[in-house]
Write a protein that binds this ligand. Structure first.
Ligand code: FAD
Ligand code: FES
Ligand code: FES
Length: 1386
């Protein structure tokens, strides 16, 4: 009988006869169904954009199980008889939206919308499962979910736009224990009003969505034989096998057809997110059909898990409270293992990922597993099947064996039950020694240090310690009987036991000297492999964790740290001690206590406040209406892939493709040779020059496109492109330029046109002469940042008649793409129509950098005369698209003893990569932000270095963010030189209006517009800055291993308005269609434009004009319909587009006014619909367009704001927790406060990423190696401030700005430097405490602190060997005291 794959998607039945076994659920949904809600953000399980709900049905118990999965890793064949719900399945335009969608819209929790369907499904899965628990029924409208669970539900989902706070509000709004007053700005009730009640929220209705359709249940019941694991069950026609026993598995493996095939054993297939597959397999064997591999056995000896048991299921079992195990060591070990496993990946990965798959990856591929480390410490064993042989081994022996071959099967894993092991005096590897006569106790702790405390980030190092101690009744000492010290993930082949240290410690009483000796031995053991990044840091973590674990046992040792289940600073510390001695200084104010409680409490909940002043002057402009189309966003050919160079400078001698399964799917390879003879090899263009589409005979940077592989599917194209063999030669070539230093040495610079070179201020030598002190030639460096828009670059090109082409491009500047495509193809611009509907996040990366993708796609389609689509995989996108400019800066500053700076000179070296792009404007933007203080005299020199690296381009606040950081660095340096508080130095150097005019000629505005000093004062007073400063000093003086810092910074940001077109047309039914030059990239452009249209046409004041908003539709950008669209960039596109629309509306209003009056005279009142239908009859032109050109006198203006951030640094790990941020931003008269608030929060959090987390690393060839979600960590919900208060300040009326509004998209990003500065303060406190310095030019208080301040950087600055220093000092004082006591006795 032919077997078919049967499943349901959103209640619809699918039956497939033959399926490509390698196709994922996501690929199927997006290419073969209309359910395109799930998105492809990374393809490696790291972002959550593809999350769907998967349900299984057990006909015996009649139970449905629901869980979230990442559909990008789930293989379609593995979901036989399952039900899938995507975000469209919850609700849609036709059937009505689900309360989750409605709350996303109402809480303003979606901007570009790309992450939203995945977020919705993660939340939905958490709600469904919470509602199934036996907890008491929640009040009507709520779910049984708790606030903490609700917030954690989206811990693995990334969002690059919103900053997470509003998403957390949506999640918490379902929790019965939420205080609705605590939820942020929303459309359901007015903030602060007394009417916040659940009745105003779209109602949560448990069980409203049928997750498993009845027809599928019936089919399952009536065809049990299909599910029955009979011989060769599975889908053999599709090369998908599902044996029902180990014996059947080996029969298959040993059969002829299998021995000649590429075969893959799979369980959850999440391993393909870790190790990308470069080719296809012929056959798949699903191990989940073998019952033995899914069995869980729990008895007095311990728990055995079949290898196919998922991590989520293992956590559930390990957390179960068995009566017999209450108060016993057993539960301690099991529940601590479960707590640690809760930080492995994210819920939607753990739900599919098996324990066995994890351990096989750790054993075979050196995967940095947590599971292996913690199970190693717990003394686990594994059972292996190797052909006919079955072996039981300790986990340690298993890990140490040569890598398993692909025919070895891991059958089960056994975790012993610790009390029984001790009692029975049998242990693993003979390590447990029974001491039945003495009272024994088990200590167990596990640790991991990773940039994201809640998981979804592989650890720099993980460890787990299991120690058996006994109390010596005579001396009262705890004696170590035996122990397991396991370490992993630090750049080791596999997790290891620190045997030498264990041996040394057996039989010892823990003292400072013993611990110090143990640490010395440990340092000889934990040595990362050569080439492991941050190896010294990783070794120091091993020391830190050992110290954390043992310090409560060291007699008299002050224990300043609280042990909590979650260490808030990036370390999951899961330790529990029977005798732990906690001696931490308490915070001295109630405010601080609540912080402390919050931090040491696993149920950490974010809190926030938003203060927004509304304006009704221009109804509906100024109102926080929800973003246009959010519910739709929430609910939901041949393909090309680039071949790129992996060498920075080389001749291309040839390109060949391996003959593999994937290459058989290739349709064509498009290269420079395919450019029409009328065309040119051009792939990008700015006012400063063009860049080639493909390398010619010479490649000039790693990451440069060489050609495009076109194949049947995107996956096949990607695989084939990765298999390209490029032959390079470096004959007669100079070495490439890969650093700023080398570019300077070889004078490799781009020119800056004089018109773009900014002006110096004052006389530097005079200013220096006035100075009492000078700092000369100090240095600071800033790294790059990748855009990490959730939707990677994409294009679809469709050839049209008459040599024309239509290209759908995810571009921020379709006009530029149009021009470049036309040039490349050798056709006039009017033959190229570029359409951009909306873009899944852009942040500058889809301005210049989208053009090569659109052009290559157009060329492939033009050549093949058929549509071609390109959707870059995350790795290619990260390697090719450049990102923010890295910089090196030298500065010299002169200042007086009171902190007044009299002169500043900066030399700025900007790494631009291989082509100009917009780099020549960087000096202008950097200097613009650097002028935010009154430096007295200010001079600079800026060099744009041309290097053999991918072209760097504009990224949100390009140049400004670096400029303002340089300014803050100078201020910090001066204040530490003078031992002054940095805030007073900042205030001393803030501009007066006069100096502002001098520094910002032409954009400073009038004196009343200069709101900055008032804002800074308000931030300081409203956040109790001075009190908190005192509290922090106190905290630091009595906490050794945690230090806090606080910093307040001002913001001055110049923006420029640009000419922009707009067109408004009223259709015969009264509906309105609007076109603007700008592109909707998630910034709320369309929403503001709709509001402006409604307001401006509302001036007609006829019946119905109050409700015009619903009649307005803004349509996609189309280069043939709206010319001169320009770039969507620089934060001002929304206001410029609004102004163009307002002027167009004014034209229409003036055309309709006379008609209106005459109708009113005849009819009394007149409705909008009547007016428009009459206008049509009287041939009034109902379409108007404008090209708005801003007035040169008000084209540029300044934005102001200020932020105060407080952080806590864990000195042992370098982890930084942002405790609180208070931010005030002058938004003028906001066009839409909800949209502006979203922009402010989102850009601040993106700034946190830049300053603290996002490490953009290249290898020695300049090839980007931070090339996926594994290696590049943008902030998640765990990384945002624990308390985040924002106020939108409404400054006065301004006739020259668009309805008095101001920009909000980019400026707030700069304020995230306050987090970096606060971290510097905390590091300074640590360095003073430990007298640390690093390098010749540093002191405890003065040191170079580059960007980003990742955990290794912070720890290195705090001191890598503080633990050793501390123990040495302690041991020597202790010995002296003891010696004195002995002498005294004598
Ligand atoms: C985004 C992401 C984040 C992650 N973060 C972490 C983390 O922080 N810490 C951590 O420890 N892990 C982490 N993981 C790893 C994750 O735990 C593993 O991918 C998962 O456990 C593998 O299980 P699987 O069932 O999906 O294996 P599969 O992908 O199905 O298989 C993986 C490999 O093991 C083989 N295999 C599977 N089962 C068996 C068996 N029983 N016998 C023989 N061979 C077998 C397969 O042939 C394949 O080669 C992460 C994974 C992802 C995708
Ligand atoms: S696309 Fe699946 S997790 Fe990112
Ligand atoms: S709204 Fe979340 S990524 Fe854009």
């Amino acid at each position: 009988m032919e077997r078919k794959l049967v499943f349901a998607v959103n209640g619809e039945r699918f039956e497939l006869a033959k399926v490509d076994p390698s196709i994922t659920l996501l690929e199927f949904l997006r290419t073969r169904t209309r359910f395109t809600g799930p998105k492809l953000g990374c393809g490696e399980g790291g972002c959550g954009a593809c999350v769907v709900l998967l349900s299984t049905y057990d006909p015996v118990s009649d139970q449905v199980k629901e869980f979230s999965v990442s559909s990008c890793l789930t293989l379609l064949c593995s979901i036989n008889f399952c039900s899938v719900i995507t975000s469209e399945g919850l609700g849609n335009t036709k059937d009505g939206f689900h309360p989750i969608h409605q709350r996303f819209a109402g809480f303003h929790a979606s901007q570009c919308g790309f992450c939203t369907p995945g977020m919705c499904m993660s939340l939905f899965s958490a709600l469904v499962n919470a509602d199934k628990t036996s907890r008491s029924e929640p009040p009507c409208g709520f779910s049984k979910i708790t606030k903490f669970e609700a917030e954690k539900a989206i811990a693995g989902n990334l969002c690059r736009c919103t900053g997470y706070r509003p998403i957390a509000d949506v999640c918490k709004s379902f929790a019965a224990d939420v205080d609705l007053e605590d939820l942020g700005l929303n459309t359901f009730w007015k903030k602060g009003a007394k009417d916040a009640n659940v009745g105003r929220l779209p109602c949560h209705d448990q069980g409203k969505i049928c997750t498993f359709p009845e027809f599928l249940k019936s089919e399952i019941k009536s065809s049990v034989d299909i599910l029955d694991n009979s011989k060769n069950a599975g889908l053999p026609e599709s090369q998908w096998y599902r044996p029902s026993s180990i014996r059947e598995l080996y029969e298959l493996l040993n059969s002829d057809s299998f021995s000649k095939s590429r075969v893959k054993l799979v369980v959850g297939n999440t391993g393909s997110g870790v190790y990308k597959e470069n080719d296809l397999y012929d056959k798949y064997i699903d191990l989940k059909g073998i019952p033995e591999l899914s069995v869980i056995r729990r008895d007095s000896e311990g728990i055995s898990f079949g290898a196919a048991v998922t991590i989520s299921r293992a956590i559930e079992v390990l957390k179960e409270r068995k009566e017999s195990e209450l108060h016993s060591n057993k539960r301690l070990v099991f529940s601590k293992i479960a707590d640690h496993m809760d930080k492995v990946a994210s819920p939607f990965i753990r739900n599919m990922a098996s324990l066995g798959g994890n351990l096989i990856m750790a054993q075979r591929s050196q995967f940095a597993s947590d599971v292996a480390t913690i199970l190693l410490a717990a003394g686990s064993t594994v059972c292996l099947q190797m052909a006919s042989e079955r072996l039981v081994l300790s986990l340690e022996s298993f890990l140490e064996r040569p890598p398993c071959d692909d025919r070895t099967v891991l059958v089960s894993i056994h975790i012993p039950s610790w009390s029984s092991a001790i009692e029975s005096s049998s242990g693993i590897d003979g390590c447990i020694v029974s001491e039945p006569t003495r009272e024994a106790n088990i200590l167990f702790g596990t640790y991991r240090a990773a940039p994201r405390p809640l998981g979804n980030a592989v650890a720099y190092l993980n460890s787990a310690f299991l120690v058996h101690v006994t109390l010596d009744k005579i001396s009262g000492d705890l004696i170590i009987l035996n122990l397991h010290l396991a370490f992993g993930a630090y750049g080791t082949e596999h997790a290891i036991r620190a045997r030498k240290v264990e041996k040394f410690l057996v039989g010892k009483v823990m003292t400072a000297s013993v611990l110090l000796e143990a640490i010395k031995l440990l340092k000889e053991t934990i040595i990362p492999k050569k080439g492991t990044p941050h190896s010294r840091y990783r070794s120091s973590l091993a020391v830190a964790f050992l110290f954390k674990f043992f310090q409560p046992l060291v007699k008299d040792l002050v224990v300043p740290e609280k042990n909590g289940p979650v260490d808030s600073s990036g370390v999951a510390a899961i330790t529990e001690y029977p005798n732990s001695d906690i001696n931490e200084c308490a915070d001295i104010s109630s405010h601080r206590v609540s912080h402390s409680e919050q931090l040491n409490n696993p149920n950490v909940i974010l809190s926030s406040k938003q203060l927004v002043e509304f304006s009704n002057d221009y109804h509906p402009v100024g109102e926080p209406i929800k973003k246009a189309g959010v519910e739709i966003q929430a609910s939901g050919l041949p393909f090309g892939a680039f071949v790129y160079s992996t060498t920075p400078l080389a001749w291309i001698k040839g390109i060949t493709f391996n003959s593999t399964l994937a290459s058989q799917k290739v349709i064509a390879y498009i290269s420079i040779n395919d450019i029409p003879k009328e065309g040119k090899n051009v792939g990008g263009s700015t006012m400063f020059g063009t860049e080639p589409l493909f390398a010619d005979s010479l490649t000039v940077c790693a990451g440069q496109p060489l050609g495009v592989v076109v194949a049947e599917t995107q996956r096949h194209a990607n695989m084939a492109a990765r298999q390209a063999n490029v032959q390079y030669s470096t004959e007669n070539l100079e070495p490439p330029i890969l650093s700023i230093e080398e570019a300077v040495r070889r004078s490799s610079f781009f020119d800056v046109p004089p018109v773009f070179y900014p002006q110096k201020v004052g006389d530097l030598s005079k200013g220096m002469a006035e100075a009492e002190h000078k700092i000369l030639s100090a240095e600071v460096k800033l790294g790059s940042q990748y855009y990490f828009y959730m939707e990677t670059q994409t294009a679809l090109a469709i050839p049209d008649e008459d040599n024309c082409i239509v290209v759908y491009s995810s571009s921020q500047c379709p006009e530029t793409a149009q021009g470049v495509i036309a040039k490349c193809l050798g056709i006039p611009d009017h033959n190229v129509r570029v359409i951009t509907r909306r873009v899944g996040g852009a942040f500058g990366g889809k301005a210049g950098r989208a053009t090569p993708v659109a052009t290559a796609c157009a060329l492939a389609a033009f050549k093949l005369r058929r549509p071609v689509r390109m959707y870059l995989d995350r790795k290619t996108d990260m390697i090719m698209t450049g990102g923010r400019h890295p910089m090196k800066i030298n500065y010299s500053v002169g200042f007086r003893s009171d902190g007044k700076i009299t002169a500043l000179h900066v030399d700025i070296f900007i790494n631009a990569g291989i082509a100009e792009d917009i780099s020549p404007i960087m000096p202008h933007t950097i200097i613009g932000a650097l002028k935010s203080y009154n430096w007295g005299a200010f001079s600079f020199d800026a060099k744009i270095c041309k290097t053999n690296l991918p072209t760097k381009s504009s990224m949100r606040a390009p140049g400004e963010v670096q400029g303002s950081f340089i300014a803050e660095t100078v201020i910090e340096h001066v204040s530490s030189f003078l031992s002054m508080d940095a805030t007073s130095v900042r205030k001393k150097n803030l501009h007066t209006h006069d100096s502002l005019v001098l520094f910002y000629e032409g954009s400073a505005g009038d004196a009343p517009e200069y709101t900055l000093p008032a804002i800074v004062d308000e931030v300081a007073s409203s956040s109790s800055y001075l009190d908190r400063l005192e509290i922090i000093r106190n905290f630091n003086s009595c906490n050794k291993w945690r230090k806090r810092g606080i910093s307040l910074m001002p913001l001055v940001y110049r923006v420029a308005l640009r000419p922009t077109p707009g067109k408004v047309s009223i259709l015969s039914d009264g509906s309105i269609v609007v076109e603007v030059g700008g592109v909707e990239i998630g910034q709320g452009l369309w929403t503001k434009v709709k509001q402006m249209t409604a307001y401006a046409l509302g001036q007609l004041s006829v019946d119905g004009t109050k409700n015009l908003l619903d009649k307005v539709r803004v349509i996609q950008a189309d280069t043939l319909s709206m010319v001169q669209g320009g770039w969507t960039a620089g934060s001002t596109t929304s206001e410029s587009s609004c102004e163009a629309v307002r002027l167009s509306c004014n034209i229409l209003v003036s055309r309709l006014k006379t008609l209106k009056q005459s109708l009113e005279e005849k009819m009394g009142t007149v409705s909008w619909d009547t007016l428009i239908s009459q206008a049509n009859m009287q041939a009034v032109n109902l379409s108007a367009s404008t090209y708005w050109v801003p007035d040169s006198s008000s084209m540029m203006y300044l934005n102001y704001g200020s932020a105060l951030s407080e952080v806590e640094v864990d000195i042992l790990t370098g982890g930084t927790t942002i405790l609180r941020t208070d931010l005030i931003y002058d938004c003028g008269q906001s066009l839409n406060p909800a949209v502006d608030l979203g922009q402010i929060e989102g850009s601040f959090v993106q700034g946190i990423g830049f300053f603290m987390y996002e490490e953009h690393v290249e290898n020695s060839d300049g090839l980007v190696v931070s090339d996926g979600t594994w290696t590049y960590k943008i902030p998640t919900i765990d990384n945002i401030p624990k308390q985040f208060n924002i106020k939108l300040m409404k400054s006065g009326h301004h006739e020259k700005r668009v309805l008095s509004s101001k920009a909000s998209g980019e400026p707030p990003l700069l304020l995230a430097a306050s987090v970096h500065c606060a971290t510097r303060e905390a590091i300074r406190a640590a360095r003073v405490e430990f007298s640390s310095t690093n390098g010749p030019n540093s002191s405890p208080t003065t040191f170079q602190f580059d960007v980003p301040a990742t955990m290794p950087v912070v720890k290195e600055l705090c001191g890598l060997n503080n633990v050793e220093k501390y123990l040495e000092a302690f041991a020597s004082t202790h010995q002296k005291v003891e010696a004195n006591q002995v002498l005294g006795t004598v």
